[in-house]
Design a protein around this ligand. Structure first.
Ligand code: RB5
Length: 147
């Protein structure tokens, strides 16, 4: 599985922790930055290029981190084909994939501790979209909004 990760300064520290964590689990990882801690950087500069790449299916899943996870999810969901959500608890980390075919997990680097983040990431990456007819129907209605 190919995983993309990106963060602004608010998520930089957590990204630096989850990158080796993902490698240790055997995932192929591409880091879209930030590559240094710069308190003046802007989350769209890192999240949007990654969002375009996941929308183009260059990766299987993406993980976006800013301070709260809010800005990352707002920016990412502007890109057609991205289904991003800010997740703070375990149930939604897997149910968001199973029902809503979530392809981008957004985390708050200033909100979620690194052990909890790792558990959310594992739940997200291990989950699979069920493909149930009712979920496909709902997603098709969402997809029509992108036209
Ligand atoms: C940056 O200070 C912070 O606003 C950003 O990381 C993020 O939390 C936005 O939603």
């Amino acid at each position: 599985m190919k995983i993309a990760i990106a963060a602004d300064h608010g998520g930089y520290e957590l990204k630096q922790i989850i990158h080796p964590f993902l490698l240790s689990l055997g995932y192929e990882v591409k880091d879209f930055g930030a590559f240094e801690l710069d308190n003046a950087d802007d989350y769209p500069d890192f999240i949007v290029p990654m969002a375009r790449a996941i929308a183009a299916k260059e990766f299987d899943r993406a993980i976006a981190i800013c301070g709260s996870g809010v800005g990352a999810s707002v920016a990412a969901n502007k890109i057609a084909g991205v289904r991003a959500a800010l997740i703070n608890e375990h149930f939604s980390a897997h149910q968001g994939v199973e029902d809503d075919n979530l392809n981008m997990l957004c985390l708050g680097g200033r909100v979620t501790g690194y052990m909890a983040a790792q558990e959310l990431i594992v739940a997200f990456l291990n989950a699979r979209f069920t493909g149930a007819e009712r979920h496909l129907r709902r997603l098709q209605k969402v997809h029509l909004l992108e036209k």
